[in-house]
Design a protein around this ligand. Structure first.
Ligand SMILES: Cc1cc2nc3c(=O)[nH]c(=O)nc-3n(C[C@H](O)[C@H](O)[C@H](O)COP(=O)(O)O)c2cc1C
Length: 147
């Protein structure tokens, strides 16, 4: 994803309201819709998923990203939406992902961590420095040990 102007990045955390039994289907739907919409809007990012929380990074044009955040905030599938950081950045941390799934298991594009509490070496080798840096900040919000 190339940028004509500056890139804006926003990171928020929220609490999932999705019942465990519906989790897989509900998450698949969120990713399908998000990837289709984000691709069209030039938005990239990552959604970190734990049993009870989400942390999402959204990056792209400022007006588009803030508009998307306003829409996501109103989504009844989560609550306690809390803005963690927002501002212009030099480049995208997730240029390859319309929305990367970051989690411990399941269909993760990027594993959340292995038993040692670290991102798996195989994944690390394919990650870029700013990708790792932003992912670490996202993980630290909820604490790797409590997920
Ligand atoms: C945790 C979470 C993350 C989401 N992330 C995105 C996203 O990155 N892009 C997106 O378009 N919708 C995302 N959504 C869904 C939006 O809230 C909304 O349902 C969707 O954008 C509506 O799309 P539509 O207008 O095409 O129906 C997310 C929802 C949740 C609960």
């Amino acid at each position: 994803m190339s940028d004509a102007g500056t890139t804006f990045r926003l990171i928020y955390s929220s609490h999932s309201r999705i019942p465990t039994a519906d989790r897989e289907t509900a998450l698949a739907r969120i990713f399908d819709v998000s990837r289709a919409n984000n691709k069209k809007a030039g938005v990239t990012g990552a959604l970190l998923i734990t049993d009870h929380y989400f942390v999402q990074a959204l990056e792209g044009d400022e007006a588009i990203v803030t508009g998307l955040y306003e829409r996501i905030k109103d989504d009844s599938r989560h609550d306690q939406v809390s803005l963690l950081e927002s501002g212009t950045v030099e480049s995208r941390a997730f240029p390859r992902w319309s929305m990367a799934q970051v989690s411990k298991s399941g269909h993760a594009d990027i594993p959340l961590h292995d038993v040692g509490g670290r991102i798996h070496p195989a994944a690390r080798a394919t990650l870029r420095v700013d990708e790792i840096e932003v992912l670490t900040r996202m993980r630290n919000v909820i604490g790797a040990d409590t997920v």
